[in-house]
Design a protein around this ligand. Sequence first.
Ligand code: THU
Length: 147
Amino acid sequence: MEQDEWDELKAAAVEVMGHAYAPYSRYAVGAAARVDDGRTVVGCNVENAAYGVVLCAECGLVSQLHATGGGRLTHFVCVNGDGEVIMPCGRCRQLLFEHGGRDLLLWTVSGIRPMAEVLPDAFGPDDLAKTAATTAATTATTTEESK
Ligand code: THU
């Protein structure tokens, strides 16, 4: 993606940041991502009087991803209330990894970087798939032996 497209994505993040509901932290966040079919999805943070119930901007973005047809995230950026690029929090890196994998490109505070660098050696869907396959094989063997 060329820099002008990254700038457009960041502009979408800045726009949605304006809709953040952050009366407790007063720290607005906007996030925007490109999907593999070319659409753009966005989200803003939504806080709660029960402080721990906060929804990060990325939560809204991922919800919009699925609500509008699913797909894989390919490019991502999030900004603070001053429109500066910020890093997604640890939990949201995991959230983004689920929907974009190692190759998702993020505009970070140190430039454009793949998720493989932003969340190295991530735990993800493949780990569960491997265990499920091993469990299925073990169960099959055990069942066969008990006949
Ligand atoms: N926040 C996000 O929305 N995304 C992040 O990745 C970092 C943190 C929000 C949560 C909370 O509403 C505010 O920023 C301050 O932590």
